[in-house]
Design a protein around this ligand. Structure first.
Ligand code: ADP
Ligand code: MG
Length: 701
């Protein structure tokens, strides 16, 4: 069946008709033959297995049993009656129950003759029953043609109400196949089919709907998943190519004195290999005439700051200004201090702009920005204000990207005649596979190596009942000269309660760690920025040994002497947040610790989160677990991206297929960017159809 025939409205298919067509359109979005063909089963039931009654478990889903009905009776209930049958085999007995169709059933059921029944069982105390089973006399069952694997299609309540059962869907799909005897048009190039030994489109479609054997089903699934992911990756890669051709940037052709002087004379440590690699990637972007749009991922403490600085120096070498935007004031201040220190010996003017910058400071900033004497501006989203005008902005760096929206990013784009190069840094590792699908149109760099000499942070889980021991440990660490964080959750919906938790916690710590021996800082979201900063600074300077805080300290803050992170009510935090918080310690030479405090009542997911934290320090591994626990829907950015609209592939489970698909899509575009080779014709046609129809799957077949 060719592509145009597949566009036939579903009404025309034999056995559908206008009424069913209407329901199919409304409930499943099936308009055409093609839509129906692409309605893939959610799962399959193994009809080769027969259960014995004594094998039925509480968690058994649908089962198939051979046995006899020995007894049939009608039982009155509150409303109406139910028909109950005793169904036995040589191992036990279950009840079959019907709430409708009694008359017909009573006439047709044959007592003491072998039946095959199929359905879901319900448990009540220690007995189980099966409501409205599918049943068939054993002799008919054996004579009939059966599929070993029965497909179960997506359904809705309305669909079954309107009589479109799974069986009906199977039937009309069967009809579609019988009308297309010659098979379906291939949609992948022969070279890929051969290299990966993929089954043909026709065979895949046949086996996805009517699997002839589990092995054939697996091959069909693999081929269709590959195809789905291949075309998504192709789309992203093409978008990226077009971006590079269309969006011109300022080429930074010079590697000049700022960069070289810093690199040769002022670099405070040797770069890790990962840092070197990333700097190289960035340099190659900046040297081309396309605008850079790069995402830099690196775990907390992996050393993104120095990479950011070196990128800025390249901008300065080419007579451009640079800016760095951070999501919070505290972070902006830290960046400002850190970068100023690193650039101490360089003739560079750096200023800080935040919401609390004074009028006089602002005036200086505005003036020196416009006359070009200010090289690097660091700040919060205050940078985005229209009043902030650069003489010649060439580079914008954004730290912690997920806190800024797309609209904000685009504001930065318009701060010069051509958009500045953009480097987005994030310490929230996004699993690679997800990143490929989410940011396929961004280039990605990863710092996957920590600076040498770091000791892995020791992480433990303790119950609230162990608090005294934990306090004793804190005291020992403070005696060694270390500093301690104690962090409380802050969740918007119950801000008041969280505030109370924080204050109660603070008081109890203050009792156990009394002044003047111990000094405690406290920071939370309801404080004025100036007070927050004052308290933060006392801790940074080492005047206080304990910092009691809410998650405001989550990102970026750098106090190398702090060696213990205590997270209260740790079960209330997400995995990536726990990992971020833990990253606040382990920044100095000392052994650092993270203590996760919880009560005894923990959900299974909470337990998994805590165990993962205790097991590993690797942000990418943690991100993978997080993705599995929460699903892609809760991970930033997935909602808009369409990765959730996958029809057959699973972004989490089909990770390897995704990588393969991306590899082949990339290879094809590198070797044949305009898809001129005859073997690629099919890709071009399929891709064109994708554009025509909004739904990526409408191109299929
Ligand atoms: P993050 O990626 O979390 O922003 P930072 O850039 O703040 O990490 O770096 C964390 C710490 O590691 C800083 O104190 C920094 O000076 C130090 N650091 C970064 N790179 C190296 C390196 N190559 N060798 C030694 N220390 C490094
Ligand atoms: Mg940082």
């Amino acid at each position: 069946m060719n592509t145009s025939l597949l566009q036939t409205p579903i009404d025309y298919l034999k056995g559908v008709g206008p009424n069913r067509a209407e329901v199919l359109r409304k409930e499943l979005g099936i308009h055409t033959y093609q839509d129906l063909l692409n309605l893939f089963p959610n799962r399959y039931i193994d009809k080769t297995k027969y259960y014995k009654i004594n094998e039925i478990q509480r968690n058994t889903a649908e089962i198939q049993v051979i046995g006899k009905i020995t007894h049939l009776k009608t039982v009155a209930q509150k409303r109406g009656k139910r028909l109950v049958a005793d169904f036995v085999d040589d191992t036990g007995k279950i009840e079959l129950v019907w709430f409708r169709g009694h008359k017909w059933l009573k006439e047709s059921i044959k007592i003491n003759e072998p039946y095959v029944i199929f359905g879901k069982v319900n448990w009540f105390n220690n007995s189980c029953s099966m409501p409205h089973p599918d049943m068939e006399l054993l002799k008919e069952h054996e004579a009939g043609l059966r599929m070993a694997m029965q497909p179960i299609y997506p359904s809705t309540e309305n669909l079954s109400k309107k009589g479109i059962s799974n069986k009906v869907i199977s039937k009309i799909i069967q009809q579609l196949f019988s009308e297309s005897k010659q098979g379906f048009t291939e949609t992948l190039p022969q070279s890929i089919l051969q290299e990966l030994k993929l089954v043909s489109k026709s065979e895949a479609l046949l086996n996805i709907h009517f699997p002839q054997a589990p092995k054939k089903l697996a091959l069909a699934q693999y081929r269709l998943k590959f195809e789905e992911l291949f075309y998504i990756q192709l789309q992203l890669l093409i978008k990226n190519l077009i971006h590079k051709q269309k969006i011109k940037g300022f080429p930074f052709t010079e590697v000049g004195t700022y960069f070289n002087d810093f690199y040769q004379n002022h670099l405070p440590f040797e770069l890790t290999n990962a840092q070197k690699r990333v700097v190289k990637e960035i340099r190659s972007d900046l040297g081309s005439s396309a605008q850079m749009n790069r995402l830099l991922q690196g775990d907390v403490g992996s050393g993104k700051t120095i990479v950011a600085l070196m990128t800025c120096l390249l901008a300065l070498d080419n007579n451009f200004q640079a800016c760095l935007m951070a999501p919070t004031e505290i972070l902006a201040i830290q960046h400002y201090q850190g970068l100023s220190e690193l650039c101490e010996k360089l003739p560079i003017k750096i200023l800080l702009l935040t919401g609390s910058s004074k009028t006089k400071e602002r005036r200086e900033i505005h003036e020196s920005l416009e006359d070009g004497s200010l090289h690097l501006l660091i700040g919060t989203h205050a940078l985005l204000e229209d009043k902030v005008k650069f003489k010649n902005l060439g580079l914008a760096i954004i730290d912690e990207q997920h806190r800024f929206g797309v609209a904000q990013r685009s504001k930065l784009w318009h701060k010069n005649t051509l958009p500045p190069h953009v480097l987005v840094m994030t310490a929230t590792p996004i699993p690679r596979t997800l990143a490929m699908s989410l940011y396929g149109d961004l280039d990605i760099s990863v710092i996957d190596e920590l600076p040498p000499g770091r000791k892995a942070i020791k992480t433990v889980h303790r119950y609230d009942s162990n608090r005294l021991k934990v306090f004793r440990f804190i005291r020992e660490e403070i005696e060694k000269g270390r500093q301690i964080y104690v962090v409380y959750p802050l969740i918007q919906e119950s801000e008041k309660m969280d505030y109370k938790d924080l204050m109660d916690g603070y008081e109890s710590i203050a009792r156990d760690f009394p002044a003047p021996t111990y000094q405690i800082s406290i920071v939370h979201g309801q404080m004025k920025p100036a007070d927050k900063e004052y308290e933060m600074n006392r801790f940074v300077k080492g005047e206080t040994q304990i910092m009691v805080a809410t998650t405001v300290i989550e990102v970026g803050v750098n106090v190398p002497n702090a060696s213990v992170m205590i997270i209260e009510s740790a079960e209330r935090f997400g995995l990536s947040q726990l990992h971020q918080l833990r990253g606040r310690v382990g920044r100095g030479a000392e052994q650092s610790y993270c203590i996760l405090m919880t009560g005894h009542k923990l959900s299974q997911d909470s337990k998994t989160r805590l165990e993962t934290m205790v097991r590993t320090n690797d942000g990418f591994e943690i991100a993978e677990v997080d993705l599995k626990l929460r699903g892609p829907g809760d991970i930033m950015g997935t909602q808009q991206s369409g990765v959730l609209n996958l029809r057959i592939a699973d972004i989490v489970k089909d990770n390897e297929i995704l990588k393969t698909a991306r590899y082949y899509a990339k290879k094809m575009l590198t070797e044949d960017p305009s898809l001129k080779i005859p073997d690629h014709e099919v890709v071009k046609n399929t891709y064109r159809l994708m554009g025509k129809h909004k739904n990526i799957w409408n191109y299929i077949s």
